[in-house]
Ligand binder design. Structure first.
Ligand code: KIV
Ligand code: ZN
Length: 522
């Protein structure tokens, strides 16, 4: 095989066919254990998905909670150029709720599903095949009363008997489904098998050319992206995927990997997507920051090391000719190749330009705040890298509107314990302070917060990552708190790990408070 040349044009006038990108980060992605997003965070993500020209956004599962319902309807209202979809089980009440939630969308879709595999029908649904076929007919017909665009999924399709799967899909098409999704729900299939299944279904089912065929592959064997591409090669024209591969258990096919595989290997896979690939890195960072799930360093496309060349031989090759070791360019996915390093002499205009190049457009007041925080950081840190600025702004955006905020912190640490923290918080505008001790400085800080703001939440995760390299690097801290079934992840960055820890804890408390209020209202 010859070395691939990076492709620059996606849909060269030739015969490339379009593949639709269906993002399910907010629905299947949110099913990742430990991940949850507030409505505000989902709205922000939806804005970005729209800018990225994602075709379909599965904004939630409207019948699952009032929060999901609100989220789907608010996203439906704001979306202009994206299909907005809600998931629904096969019950009429679920479908009514989904229909109501997507009502205001310019391009609404209902995505209804039922299991078709013997193991699911017997043990989960406790329904026989005929009852399942009836439910498919009734659910798709009912969905069509609300919208013209109805997607039907055969849950656990890859473990379903082929003849029954054909019957089920035939009923869905006859009842008015416009998109047929073939989920590998348990991530059990492999590319040759999954591709052959899609091809065989298309060849055997009447009117298969009247619907769009879709893939939905889970990553339990690490094959989700490969299976999705095999599906496309064999006739599917929609890929369901999630940013950073978020999703139930091992996750879904990663959106950025599917999109870039089609873009870079357009030479042998004649397909294209409309996704603005330059925004992939930004989406990845946003999802990681919202959920508190760090992106693995060597993750394809968006990992910190995806474009880093370490060995001397590779560096030498890169300096001589970029394509020796690079099959795509960092700029193609939104990673700046040469990072303009900002420091304390950089002015407001340079800072605003830098923010815009990173995908942030802030209003005047937010820009002033960000600039001040950037200057404070530049005083403490010689070089301020792009990642530092992203962390700083994400942190600021997350912190706006919080009821509790950290106003002061002084910590005594070292070999002579107990370590102690003097801490001051502003709680709904009232300043409170205390001194607390603990088993280490972080424990002392968290004990201080607990004293000032008593709560029953349990600390489930405490994680520190360095945003950039060096001893003056900013630390990004994630804190996950759980309380009576509600979970919230807080994140904060600061060159001082203890300040970042305190702010991340407070951020999680604020998020938990919002979630509690929502749960009570529901
Ligand atoms: O994995 C799955 O089968 C699903 C369906 C609801 C589409 O997420
Ligand atoms: Zn799924």
């Amino acid at each position: 095989m010859t070395a691939p040349t990076p492709s620059t044009s996606d849909k060269a006038a030739s015969a490339k066919e379009r593949v639709l990108i269906f993002d399910t980060t907010m629905r299947d992605g949110e099913q990742s254990p430990g991940a949850s997003m507030t409505i505000r965070e989902k709205l922000e993500l939806a804005e970005l998905l729209q800018e990225m020209k994602v075709d379909i956004c599965e904004a939630g599962f409207a019948a699952s909670s009032e929060g999901d319902f609100q989220c789907v309807s608010q996203i439906a209202e704001l979306a202009r150029d994206m299909v907005i979809c809600s998931l629904a089980r096969s019950t009429l009440t679920d479908i009514d709720r989904a229909g109501e939630a997507v009502r205001k969308a310019k391009q609404p879709r209902i995505h209804t599903f039922i299991s078709t595999s013997p193991v699911h029908m017997k043990h989960k649904l406790k329904m026989g095949p005929n009852a399942v076929l009836e439910a498919i007919g009734a659910s798709v017909t009912h969905s069509r009363k609300f919208v013209g665009d109805v997607e039907w999924s055969a849950e656990d399709a890859t473990r379903t008997e082929f003849d029954f799967l054909c019957k089920a899909i035939d009923v869905a098409i006859q009842s008015g489904a416009t998109v047929i999704n073939v989920p590998d729900t348990v991530g059990y299939s492999h590319p040759a098998e999954y591709g052959a299944l899609i091809r065989r279904l298309i060849e055997n089912i009447p009117n298969s050319d009247k619907v769009i065929w879709s893939t939905h592959c889970h990553n339990d064997l690490g094959l989700a992206v490969a299976n999705s591409l095999a599906g496309v090669i064999n006739g599917a024209r929609q890929i369901e995927c999630a940013v950073n591969g978020m999703g139930e258990r091992a996750g879904n096919a990663a959106l950025e990997e599917c999109v870039m595989a089609l873009k870079v290997r357009g030479d042998s896979m004649p397909f294209y997507t409309e996704v603005v690939t330059q925004k992939l890195a930004r989406a990845s960072k946003m999802v990681s920051s919202i959920t508190g799930f760090p992106v693995q360093y060597n993750k394809a496309i968006v990992g910190k090391n995806a474009f880093a060349h370490e060995s001397g031989i590779h560096q030498d090759g890169m300096l001589k000719h970029r394509e020796t070791y690079e099959i795509m360019q960092p700029e193609d996915v939104g990673v700046p190749s040469t990072s303009l390093i900002m420091g304390k002499l950089s002015g407001r205009n340079a800072f605003r330009d830098k923010l815009e190049s990173l995908g942030y457009v802030l209003e005047a007041a937010a820009l002033n705040d960000a600039f001040k925080r950037f200057k404070d950081l530049a005083d403490k840190k010689k070089h301020v890298f792009d990642e530092d600025i992203i962390a700083l702004v994400d942190d600021q955006l997350a912190g706006a509107q919080e009821k509790i905020s950290l106003t002061k912190l002084r910590v005594m640490a070292g070999t002579e314990g107990p370590q102690s923290a003097e801490i001051e918080l502003s709680i709904e505008g009232e300043i409170r302070s205390t001194t607390a001790t603990g088993n280490g400085p972080v424990d002392a800080v968290f004990n201080g917060i607990r004293q000032l703001c008593p709560h029953t939440a349990v600390l489930e995760l405490y994680q520190v990552n360095a945003v950039t390299e060096g001893t003056d690097a900013q630390a990004t801290v994630s804190v996950r708190l759980a309380d009576q079934g509600l979970v919230a992840t807080g994140k904060a960055s600061d060159p001082d790990t203890l300040v970042a820890s305190a702010r991340a804890y407070v951020h999680a408390l604020n998020k938990l408070e919002v979630r509690r209020a929502k749960a009570m209202a529901a």
